[in-house]
Each structure stands twice: as structure tokens, then as C-alpha cells.
Write a protein of this length. Structure first.
Length: 644
């Protein structure tokens, strides 16, 4: 049996081993370069390589950029905090806690590597402010050293990574989008053949789940270049139009039409074949004309055709056709932002930093800065994880392994060195052990913390400094950070997929109330619709991860969309002045009830049903829409209960 086969048999992932080995070699190179140019803490360069490593060039470039930017901001703030505090722990802790809270809130509101950069600027300030807080007169040189070591690490990671990692693969994402489009058109054609509205079936539920999965992958897919970001924006527009088409088919607000159904089947066949999109797009255009561009179905089909063409232009597949802006104008990109989670994360991080900082002020424990540094990382970067308390268990184990590696390096390997170069060279084997952790399925969750902590505890200088008791004290402080963070994530605004799902439901229902309260909401209908569509997709992903069935949650999310659509319709009717006095009073009463839909959904549903009865004579189409929304609201009481 070959060594490769042996490693595969024992659970090693060979592609991941290759990637992590390249990263480890780049970390070794960064350590050597940083030491050679005389930086005081060269190990931070190697740590930066591990932190910046990404599987594709675009992600590598973007993460490296935001790591560099976040570091510069954090170093500047850290220097300012030390200068302001004069090296006294109390004002330093207060200022740092507030800064960490601001950064973690921003990180939870932003997305992708921008979020990473925001949170990095928080704990980068900790690295400067805490690790040499007793020497405020040296803080500028310390800050400059930290910034330089990070830049060496970023530069090494980008150069080596750019040479050895592939560009992002767009074909897979494009293929998934094409297959979803084909399935959606088939489903629409089936509905047109029967001429009836369809309840949420298995196929529609599966389509929404696949759309939600694609949406979740788009942020990293758009990293690294303007073209990638344009491609992602075009794909998000396609997703929004697909949601509109699915809802239009579910409402059945179009007549039995064999001709349109045949054209949609033809377009679906073209997309399934995987050839040129010209023929399928032409079929969609014809279907939109047959359905009537003024109808909901016809307008959505036209927008789908335009959105796919824009996507093709962004991919460079149709360079002669100008990107059509009407689809993007009709379907703006308005993404969900977790305002509740951001506020809770900021409170949690600030409270933890203040509590541990108070311990430092009172006891004067020399290793407390290590604890604060670790805690600043645990309460920021991990606050965006789905279940951070569970993650802390793996972090703790990884830090135990990293601490063991650092102890072996410092007290077994380094004493063999006769000069500083040999100290640095004897550190390299402990970096090169990292790929074994990264490539095995059992040790993968602990690998990153092994790599980072083993380097954090080592300061390669000669003659050797420090002793076993002081290093053990630092290790205890570091290991306390994930333990305290685990308790905080369980006790202060507990987080898991179910909790995040509940918060999202609260925000969706609260958005209905905001729509009902804003008299001009119908004038911003595209913004409201786009945000609710994106929240629906996020809702489905959280529901899938929470462990139960997501059919009820999906139905509840669709009910929110139906009620939101009715709110905008009622506001349009009231503003038009075209209703009879009795109907207008009923419409206003329904809007008034919808302002408290979170606390009294039954009353809101009853008011909507009464308004539908009053509207039936003169506004039959609007009355049908309102009655359907009232039924959906009434049928999804359990979903609304989760928002209370």
C-alpha cells in the first residue's frame, strides 16, 4: 500500500492536505522573512498566513485586503487607547471594551470579508493595547511592529497563494442556477396547464431550499474582483425574480394557457440541455408576450429573461449584448441585516471584556492581558457562527493542542539552538505539523487554533526568555478565554440555529408592522419586497439547520410575504381615494390592526377578512388577494407565536 493510500485509509483528505501544506510552507517563509528583516515578533507573520489562507484567488485577495485594512485600523486605535490610558488598566479596559462592542456590532451587520475586517479591527487593537500595556512609551514601536508583521504575512499569503491556488469556479454556481430555472419553468408550466393555484408542494419547497442554498454561497463567490461582484449581483437578481415567479405560480393569478405552458416547457428543455441560452431566452420572451407584459406572470417572465441576460454579460458569455438594467431596477438588491443579533453580540462582547477587565484591575494578574486578548477574539469573530457555544468546545481543544506544541517547542526543541536563526528554524517543524491537523476529519475543527496558539505563545529570540511557570500562567489565561466565551454564549443571549431562526421571524413580522405604520410604504415597495425575499431565503436555511421540518416555517414566511403585499395594496387603495366610504374605513381599520400584527395576529386577520368583504363589489381582484392573505395569516398562528 502506497503512503497516499495509507493516509486516505486512515481518514486524511488529500486535497485538503495539499492546500494546508502549501499554507504551512508559506507560514514558514513569512516567519523567516519577518525575522530576517528584524521584526520583533516575527511569529505574527506566520499566524497571519494561516488566517489569510483561502482556497481560491479571489477569496485570498479580498480577505488579505480586509485583513490588512482591519489591522491598520486596529493598530491605530490600540495605539490611541494606550496613549490615552497612560498604561493604566482601568481606562484601557473601558475604551477597549467599547471599541470591541462597536466592531462586533458592525461585523454582525456587514457581510463577507468586510465583516471579517470590521471584527479584525477590534481584536487587532487588543493585540497592541494589551500585550505591552505596561510600556506606553513603546506603544508606537509596538504598533509599527505589529502592523509590519501582519503586512509581511498578508503579502506572503497573497503571493504564494496566488501562484498555487485556482481562480474561483463559476461554472458550478451557473449550472445550479440554470437547473433551478429549468425546474421552476416546469413547475410554472404545470400550473398553467391545470389553471389552478397550487399549495406549497414538495417541488416548490425543494426549489426554495435550493435558492436559499445558492444565496448563501454567493458572498464568497463574489470575492476578489469587480467582475465577480457584478456576477453575484446579477445572480441575486435572478434569485429574486425566481421567487416572484414561484409566488405567481402559487397564487394562480393567470388563466389556463396551453400556449404559455408549451413555451415554458420548451425553455426548460433548453436550460436542461446545457447549451446556448439564446433559444430558451427567446422562448421565455415569447411566453411573457403571450401572458401579457401588464400581468404579474408576464412581467416576472420578462424580468427573468432580462436578469439572465445581465448575468450572461457579467460572466462574459454575451459580450455583445448590453446589460439590461430594467430587471435590476425592478429587483434591487436589499439584503437582510441582523440588527437584533448585532445588538446582542455587542452587549455580550462588551460585558465580557468589562467583567474580565475588572478582574485584571482588581487582582493585577500578569497574564490577564492574554485572557482579554483571547476573549476579544472569541466574542467577536465567533459571534457570527451559527452555534458559537458548540464551536468553543473545539476551540478549547485546539488551544490545548497548540499549548502542548508550544511547550514542546520552547522547552525541548529551542534549548538545542545555539543562535537566533536556529531558534527560528527549530520552530518550523511545529508549523509543518499543522497540515496533519487540517487534513484529518477528526482534528480539522481544532486545527486552526493549534496553528495560532502554538505561535502566539512562542517568541523566537536568543538568548531564550521566559520560564515554565510564566508560560503556564499564560496558557491558563488563554484557555480560560474559550471557557468564559462558552458560558457567555450560553448565558447571554444564547445562540444556535433555532434562536437565529426566531430572531429572523421577529424581524420579518416587525417589518410588516413597519410597513403598516409607514404611510408611504407602497412608494418603496421594491425595497420592502427585496428585503422580505432575502429574509425568506435566510429563514429557510435557518429552518433546515435547526433540526426540524421547514415546511411550516416556509409557509409562515410565505404568509408574511402575502400580508406584506396586501399592506402595500391597501395603502395604494386608500391613497387613490377610489373606494366607497365603508370600504375605506374597513381598509384603514385593517391597516391599523396590522400595526400590531405581532401581538394580535388573529385580530389583524379578522380585520383583513372584513376589509376583503367590503372590497369585493368594486375591487374583486384586490379583495381576493386580501382574503387569501387573511387566511394565510390565520393558518400560520404558530409561526406568528414565535415572533412574540
Amino acid at each position: 500500500m502506497s503512503p497516499k493510500q495509507w493516509m486516505i485509509q486512515f481518514g486524511f483528505d488529500m486535497p485538503r492536505l495539499g492546500f494546508s501544506l502549501r499554507t504551512a510552507l508559506a507560514a514558514c517563509l513569512a516567519l523567516l522573512v519577518a525575522w530576517a528583516i528584524g521584526l520583533e515578533h516575527p511569529q505574527w507573520s506566520a499566524m497571519t498566513v494561516w488566517a489569510a489562507a483561502q482556497p481560491t484567488r479571489g477569496q485570498l485577495l479580498e480577505k488579505g485586503f480586509f485583513r490588512a485594512l482591519g489591522t491598520l485600523i486596529g493598530v491605530a486605535v490600540g495605539v490611541g487607547l494606550v496613549a490615552f490610558s497612560g498604561g493604566h488598566p482601568a481606562p484601557l479596559v473601558i475604551g477597549l471594551s467599547i471599541w470591541i462592542g462597536i466592531c462586533v456590532a458592525a461585523g454582525n451587520l456587514l457581510r463577507g470579508y468586510v465583516s471579517y475586517g470590521a471584527m479584525l479591527s477590534g481584536y487587532s487593537a487588543s493585540m497592541v493595547a494589551l500585550l505591552d500595556s505596561g510600556h506606553p512609551d513603546h506603544v508606537l514601536s509596538l504598533g509599527a511592529d505589529r502592523a509590519a508583521t501582519i503586512m509581511v504575512g498578508v503579502a506572503t499569503a497573497v503571493v504564494i497563494g496566488w501562484l498555487l491556488t485556482p481562480a474561483t469556479a463559476e461554472q458550478e454556481m451557473t449550472g445550479r442556477m440554470r437547473r433551478v430555472t429549468a425546474r421552476l419553468l416546469r413547475d410554472l408550466a404545470l400550473g398553467l396547464k391545470t389553471g389552478t393555484a397550487a399549495p406549497l408542494g414538495d417541488e416548490q419547497q425543494a426549489l426554495l431550499a435550493e435558492m436559499a442554498a445558492i444565496d448563501e454561497l454567493l458572498d464568497p463567490h463574489g470575492a476578489g474582483s469587480r467582475r465577480s461582484r457584478q456576477t453575484v449581483r446579477a445572480m441575486r437578481t435572478v434569485l429574486s425574480v425566481q421567487v416572484s415567479l414561484l409566488l405567481a405560480g402559487r397564487r394562480g393569478a393567470h388563466p389556463h394557457d396551453e400556449a404559455v405552458a408549451a413555451l415554458l416547457d420548451s425553455a426548460a428543455s433548453g436550460f436542461e440541455g446545457g447549451g446556448s441560452a439564446d433559444a430558451p431566452l427567446a422562448a421565455i420572451d415569447q411566453a411573457a408576450d403571450h401572458a401579457g407584459l401588464e400581468s404579474e406572470l408576464g412581467a416576472a417572465l420578462q424580468s427573468l429573461s432580462q436578469a439572465i441576460r445581465t448575468h450572461r454579460v457579467a460572466l462574459g458569455q454575451d459580450v455583445q449584448a448590453p446589460a439590461n438594467t430594467s430587471a435590476s431596477a425592478g429587483y434591487p438588491i436589499v439584503l437582510h441585516r441582523d440588527w437584533i443579533g448585532a445588538r446582542q453580540a455587542a452587549i455580550r462582547a462588551t460585558a465580557c471584556m468589562l467583567a474580565v477587565g475588572f478582574l485584571w484591575v482588581v487582582t493585577g494578574w500578569a497574564s490577564a492581558p492574554y485572557l482579554l486578548l483571547g476573549l476579544s477574539i472569541m466574542t467577536t469573530i465567533f459571534s457570527t457562527f451559527e452555534n458559537p457555544a458548540q464551536t468553543m468546545r473545539y476551540v478549547l481543544l485546539g488551544q490545548v493542542l497548540g499549548s502542548a506544541g508550544a511547550l514542546l517547542c520552547r522547552f525541548v526543541a529551542w534549548p538545542l539552538a545555539g543562535n537566533e536563526l536556529e531558534v527560528v528554524l527549530l520552530t518550523l517543524p511545529f508549523i509543518l505539523v499543522g497540515p496533519l491537523f487540517f487534513s484529518h476529519r477528526r482534528t480539522l475543527p481544532t486545527a486552526f487554533d493549534y496553528a495560532m496558539v502554538s505561535l502566539l505563545l512562542l517568541h523566537p529570540v536568543y538568548p531564550l526568555t521566559g520560564d515554565l511557570p510564566s508560560m503556564l500562567s499564560s496558557i491558563v489565561a488563554l484557555l480560560m478565554a474559550p471557557l468564559i466565551a462558552l458560558v457567555a454564549y450560553k448565558a447571554i443571549f444564547p445562540l444556535d440555529a433555532g434562536k437565529r431562526l426566531d430572531m429572523l421571524i421577529v424581524m420579518m413580522v416587525h417589518e410588516l408592522q413597519d410597513m403598516a405604520r409607514a404611510e408611504d410604504a407602497s412608494q418603496h415597495r421594491l425595497t420592502w419586497r427585496a428585503r422580505l425575499y432575502h429574509r425568506l431565503l435566510r429563514l429557510i436555511r435557518y429552518a433546515e439547520r435547526s433540526g426540524g421540518t421547514h415546511r411550516e416555517v416556509t409557509e409562515g414566511g410565505l404568509a408574511v410575504l402575502s400580508v406584506g403585499r396586501s399592506i402595500l395594496m391597501l395603502q395604494d387603495l386608500v391613497r387613490s381615494g377610489a373606494m366607497a366610504p365603508g370600504a375605506e374605513r374597513a381598509a384603514r381599520a385593517a391597516l391599523q390592526r396590522l400595526k400590531q400584527v405581532r401581538s394580535a395576529p388573529e385580530k389583524a386577520a379578522s380585520a383583513m377578512a372584513r376589509a376583503a368583504e367590503r372590497l369585493a363589489a368594486a375591487h374583486s381582484r384586490e379583495a381576493g388577494q386580501l382574503a387569501g392573505a387573511a387566511e394565510a395569516l390565520q393558518a400560520n398562528g404558530a409561526f406568528l407565536q414565535r415572533a412574540r
